[in-house]
Design a binder for this molecule. Structure first.
Ligand code: PMV
Length: 372
């Protein structure tokens, strides 16, 4: 699909007010997106597990403005408190998506949003937050189309396939990785010659065979550092522009998508762990070798990694880690080894978490529309 196919159909804004409500998950990349071109087009392809319990829940209320003007009008309520911190990011998002959602200036919006995981956990909430907002806006578009009786019956309908694609397309313009949070359970973003239907514009469900070893895969997130991110994603992605190893890295990610395709099919957990750990360390290596440079791991991140490696060598169990652009560690492991690995996490790793905090999650199946 081309970008122009997401331009809105010609409908009238003839609903006075309404409310929509979505819960959308976070995701964790296996092959990482790091570096972007203009308009949030990724420099390399990525693939992620959609999470199940780490979610953002967003209720969007909309009321038609009495007087039409040329401004975006919205309030944000985060975890039951009026919030102004998120407004600039949402204003930028509205500017980027207005071309595809022409009703944005016709309404005043109240965005009531909260996370199922602690906000100050250091877990990036932009993927779940931006995807939840994009889905809400798609639901508004759907209502406006359905209520426009001047349209033909076919014109009034948004198919679920189109709805999800456009939601992913819009979410991407809010935060790149958010485009991988609409559906589950494995999502690819970025056009790749070996992944049918893949696109730079939106995430697609991984279309090929996945071995049962990966069903209900477990993710325990160890919260090593709950502080603000040292480097914002925007700054981080920009550092790839003048990065001496950028082209090699983009090529490596492309090759890793090819490799993970075989791994997902064969169920080879050793190869899976080698690939995801290498991806995590490469992401951090890119930051350490940027100018300016950053170290986002903390001493406890390394303690945890070393403990995982020791435990794996000792037991032969299939426990591996991945990292986001921060100090927290995602521990990934198969469901049939969950009992022993979870015991190990509780007994030996939780001590390295800030205030002993960690979150247990699994692979999930994507966003859900909720009743208000
Ligand atoms: O979506 P952004 O711009 O916050 O970038 C996120 C990038 C990583 O989380 C580090 C990797 C990824 O693919 O999710």
């Amino acid at each position: 699909m081309k970008e122009t196919e997401f331009l809105a159909r010609n409908y009238s804004n003839n609903i006075a007010e309404g409310q929509v409500f979505w819960a959308s998950p976070s995701n964790i990349a296996l092959v990482k997106y790091w570096g972007k071109k203009e308009n949030q087009i990724p420099e390399n392809q990525s693939i992620s597990f959609t999470l199940n319990t780490c979610k953002t829940e967003t209720k969007l209320s909309f009321v038609k403005k009495e007087k039409q003007d040329n401004l975006f009008s919205f309030d944000v309520v985060f975890e039951n408190k009026k919030n102004t911190d998120f407004k600039p990011k949402i204003e930028t998002f509205f500017k980027r998506v207005e071309r595809y959602l022409p009703f944005l200036k016709a309404y005043h919006f109240t965005i009531e949003t909260s996370n199922t995981f602690p906000h100050s956990s250091g877990i990036a909430s932009s993927a779940s937050g931006m995807s939840a907002l994009a889905l809400c806006l798609m639901s508004v578009e759907r209502q406006l189309l359905e209520s426009d009786t001047t349209l033909t019956e076919t014109e009034q309908i948004l198919t679920d396939t189109y709805f999800n694609k456009k939601a992913s397309f819009l979410a991407r313009l809010g935060s790149g990785s958010a485009c991988r949070s609409i559906e589950g359970d494995l999502i690819v973003w970025g056009a790749h010659k070996e992944i049918a239907g893949s696109s730079d514009l939106y995430g697609v469900k991984y279309p090929d065979t996945v071995h049962d070893n990966f069903k209900n895969y477990q993710d325990t997130i160890l919260l090593v550092d709950k502080g603000e991110k040292q480097v914002s994603s925007t700054v981080g992605h920009n550092l790839m522009h003048a990065h001496p190893f950028a082209q090699e890295r983009f090529k490596q990610a492309e090759d890793n998508i090819t490799k993970i395709k075989d791994i997902l099919k064969s169920g080879d957990l050793e190869a899976f762990i080698a690939l995801i750990e290498s991806e995590a360390l490469t992401l951090h290596a890119m930051m350490m070798t940027s100018m300016p440079y950053f170290i986002l791991m903390k001493p406890n991140t390394l303690e945890i990694i070393n403990k995982i490696w020791e435990f794996r060598a000792k037991t032969g169990l299939h426990v591996g880690f991945t990292l986001d652009a921060g100090a927290n560690v995602h521990i990934l492991y198969p469901e049939n080894e969950a009992k022993q690995i979870y015991e190990f996490i509780k007994n030996e790793l939780v001590a390295y978490c800030q205030n002993g905090h960690y979150i247990c999650d699994t692979i999930g199946f994507g966003a859900k529309e909720m009743n208000s």
